[in-house]
Ligand binder design. Structure first.
Ligand code: APR
Ligand code: ZN
Ligand code: ZN
Length: 370
């Protein structure tokens, strides 16, 4: 067992605090990872607000990269010294999805068996089974995905959650390829990654939609070919605008082939529904709150327009397949993960980073550990 500093949410709505925690030595199938960088994600804030469940205290943080310090008995997939990105889809091999061969849908990820605790022995609940706003954390070995050790931790750690969700929403769930038109509604960290993924896949046009003009500027830098300001004051109907732009490129198109909703609200999902071409695909990657309902849409429109209405969990990624490949593309200069790192902060700055999520100036704040 060893003691390290970590960020803990002790109670609903209370500011987080930096605490000393106990990290057990790795048991069978487990690994202790020395964290180098961990991004601040909306889900961390949702945990703190009690929006996920009531299993306080939470050990926050889950978009991380670091170096394996030690592994437990029987661990063969990683070894001490490996540079890894942590994932929350450590394929179990036993759930229904795994058994039918859909490993990227595994819904029973492995987590560490032993518990990390506060100094007084209170058990911690690690965010998404990771808990990486910590100098060191204990995870299941399968949660460690080995990648190119020369990559920048602050950038590649983001593949551990939000950026992978957006990239995968485009490339995996939406099956975006060259020859297809894409619209992305909501250009935060997730939507911006969907734009980057669509650009990587060669899609055109790539239409970025947001209510914040600052985001649209960034979206262009990320690979969007067109931007649509959908704020009420702009007077623009984003559905009509997406249709118009798609038809400019592909004669007769009645919308974009793939529309990615990266806000997580009924009204933007409805825009996505009507902005896609006949037989097109809608991908919902934004996370709605439990009170939200599917917007009222005539069933005949669902039937008559054909196509697919999908949701994307963690970008339908398979970490062992996707993380090393994306890190290689980053290292080759073909995927600009650095653009997602808006600021590097310290372990004491998490509350300030939560605040900045509301101003729209930051794609990702990333905590660095020395
Ligand atoms: N239409 C278009 N864009 C909108 C709208 C709207 N009605 N409302 C908000 N947006 C934009 C915001 O301006 C912002 O750029 O959506 C973006 C949301 O970005 P972030 O708040 O940075 O969230 P992000 O990290 O990208 O996550 C997107 O997925 O993980 C979930 O909880 C997260 O639901 C959120 C979504
Ligand atoms: Zn499984
Ligand atoms: Zn996350």
């Amino acid at each position: 067992m060893q003691q390290v500093r970590a960020v803990v949410a002790k109670g609903k709505g209370q500011p987080v605090s930096v605490e000393t925690i106990n990290v057990p030595d790795p048991g069978p199938g487990e690994a202790v990872v020395k964290i180098q960088a961990c991004g601040v994600c909306h889900t961390d804030l949702h945990y703190r607000e009690g929006g996920i469940n009531d299993d306080f205290p939470f050990l926050l943080g889950h978009e991380a990269a670091g170096v394996v310090e030690a592994v437990g008995e029987g661990v063969t997939e990683v070894a001490a010294g490996d540079f890894v990105v942590l994932n929350w889809r450590a394929v179990c091999g036993e759930c229904r999805a795994c058994k039918r061969g859909d490993l990227h849908y595994c819904f029973n990820t492995h987590n560490a068996t032993q518990k990390m605790t506060l100094e007084d022995g209170t058990e911690l609940s690690p965010a998404l089974g990771i808990g990486a706003f910590a100098e060191k954390t204990l995870v299941a070995a399968g949660q460690c995905t080995k990648v190119d050790a020369s990559a920048r931790p602050a950038a590649v750690g983001l593949l551990g959650c939000g950026v992978m969700a957006g990239l995968g929403a485009a490339i995996n769930t939406g099956a975006v390829t060259r020859g297809k038109s894409v619209a992305v509604i909501g250009c935060g960290g997730v939507g911006m990654a969907a734009i980057a993924g669509s650009a990587l896949a060669g899609a055109s046009p790539i239409i970025a939609v947001d209510i914040d003009p600052k985001k649209l500027e960034q979206a262009t830098a990320m690979g969007a070919t067109h931007t649509v300001d959908s704020s009420a004051s702009s007077g623009v109907d984003p559905v009509e605008e997406i249709k118009r732009i798609a038809a400019e490129t592909y004669e007769g198109a009645e919308g974009a082939d793939v529309v990615i909703e990266a806000v997580g609200r009924p009204e933007t999902w409805k825009q996505a529904f009507y902005a896609r071409d006949l037989a097109g695909t809608v991908v919902l990657v934004g996370v709605p709150t439990p009170d939200m309902k599917v917007p009222e849409i005539p069933l005949i429109d669902v039937f008559g327009r054909g196509g697919a209405l999908k949701s994307s969990w963690y970008g339908d990624c398979l970490p062992s397949r996707d993380f090393p490949m994306l890190v290689d593309l980053y290292q080759q200069g073909r995927l600009d993960l650095d653009a997602f790192v808006s600021e590097e902060i310290g372990i004491d700055d998490i509350e300030a980073a939560f605040e900045k999520m509301h101003t729209g100036d930051v794609l990702r704040s990333v905590v660095l550990f020395s």
